[in-house]
Design a protein around this ligand. Structure first.
Ligand code: SAH
Length: 395
């Protein structure tokens, strides 16, 4: 097996089982590994550190599959990882009656670059790194044996593939072509998902526990759901007894599916309004019109893709949070999120605090929110924690 040797003093993160080796830490490569090939990573003195996928095009030039020297990376290895991932979610799936959930969460499930979501009888996968790409057929085969399903659809069309020197791809990986929309169950809620054209694999499964916050908060409330996508928060709000929900998004396709999701849950269409607009503009319009709400959800897309963008992202978060706080009735609630991994929770909290200050309103954090339990974060991989939210009461 080919191997790579680290520069002196660069083994610390691997000793802490962090799965990424940056190209700047590499001293030498022995042998001529192909992109995606399995290599051993050794210290300058020859000590074995880990075994992973070689990715010469990426800044992250090795992603570790295993920290156990005896473990061979083969079909059985992937079978074991998939079984472990599924087993660890079994209780959650049964308890919450889920037919839509994340089955494999990449690095945090010991499978860098591999995302697998289930929606009803279909599995939707993303193979985001060259290592994941090389093992794709093996993973799909093992999946078929472990989880009988109608079909496996691939959504490897994320821009992160470009950094690995991979082209983007989407299509059937095994079994049947999925229908235009697939229905899945999340406890008392049902949702349609468009796995071909939706974001990521089609749905924001990571917000499941935060949608549940609507129980108890939404009853009798007038709600503004900003960046509503296919209406996840809107459905749970109406189910929880909201008086009225306004969903705002700039995507016509997302709003159409949101409307269908309302119907799928037998919700009264008179209690929901769909507004196609830019949230930044619509919030200003509501401010000028002196509109007021009891609960506002702010779940924007990722504002920062790189460290250089954190400043601009902060101004974006500040802007929408300030506007939203101004629109809340006294005692109202703000459910505000950031899904940018680079936005640290402390900084996000400070931005929301500054927004309340500028609005001249007292506000309390009632609850800190995170990504759902089927999106765990490996302790050795803090980068896996990306979604954070605050439930604030505003006076
Ligand atoms: N809250 C949703 C997920 C939001 S994803 C859920 O729980 O399912 C982000 C959404 O923001 C996308 O639907 C995208 O179309 C929308 N969006 C992005 N920028 C926007 C803008 N400036 N104004 C309105 N919608 C926007």
């Amino acid at each position: 097996m080919a191997f790579v040797i680290l520069k002196p003093k660069r083994e610390k993160s691997l000793l802490r089982r962090h799965p990424w080796v940056f190209s700047g830490a590499l001293a030498k490569t022995r042998g001529t590994p192909e992109p995606g090939e399995t290599v051993d990573v050794v210290s300058p003195r020859g000590g074995w550190l880990g075994r992973g996928a070689y990715s010469p095009r990426s800044q992250i030039c090795v992603r570790i599959w295993t920290f156990d020297e005896r473990e061979v990376v083969d079909a059985q290895f992937f079978r074991n990882r998939l079984e472990r991932a599924l087993h660890s979610r079994r209780e959650l799936i049964d308890r919450l009656h889920l037919t839509g959930y994340r089955m494999v969460n990449a690095e945090s499930d010991g499978l860098p670059g591999v995302i697998i979501d289930r929606y009803g009888d279909y599995l939707v996968c993303q193979f985001l790194t060259v290592g994941a790409e090389v093992w794709k057929d093996t993973i799909v085969e093992q999946l078929g044996a472990l989880m009988p399903c109608e079909g496996v659809y691939e959504r490897s069309d994320s821009p992160v593939r470009d950094k690995e020197g991979l082209t983007r791809r989407a299509g059937v990986a095994a079994g049947k072509e999925p229908p235009d929309v697939i229905a899945f169950q999340e406890g008392p809620h049902r949702f349609w998902v468009d796995v071909r054209n939706g974001h990521k694999t089609g749905f924001y499964l990571d917000q499941r526990e935060n949608r549940m916050q609507m129980n108890g908060l939404a009853e009798g409330a007038e709600i503004l759901n900003c960046f509503s996508y296919t209406g996840g928060f809107g459905v749970s709000a109406l189910k929880a007894g909201a008086r009225h929900v306004t969903n705002v998004d700039m995507s016509t396709a997302a709003l159409d599916l949101s409307q269908r999701n309302m119907a799928l849950n037998d919700l009264d269409q008179n209690r929901v309004e769909h507004v196609e607009a830019d949230v930044f503009k619509k919030l200003r319009y509501y401010r000028d019109a002196a509109r007021r709400f009891d609960l506002i959800v702010l779940d924007p897309p990722k504002f920062a893709d790189s460290r250089a963008q954190v400043g601009r992202a902060s101004r974006g978060y500040k802007d929408i949070n300030l506007l939203a706080i101004k629109l809340l009735r006294a005692g109202g609630h703000l459910l505000t999120f950031s899904c940018s991994g680079l936005m640290e929770p402390e900084l996000f909290q400070k931005i929301v605090a500054d927004a309340a200050l500028d609005a001249g309103r007292d506000a309390q954090i009632v609850r800190r929110l995170n990504q759902a339990a089927d999106h765990p974060t490996a302790l050795n991989f803090p980068e896996g924690h990306y979604l954070k939210g605050l439930l604030c009461r505003v006076w």
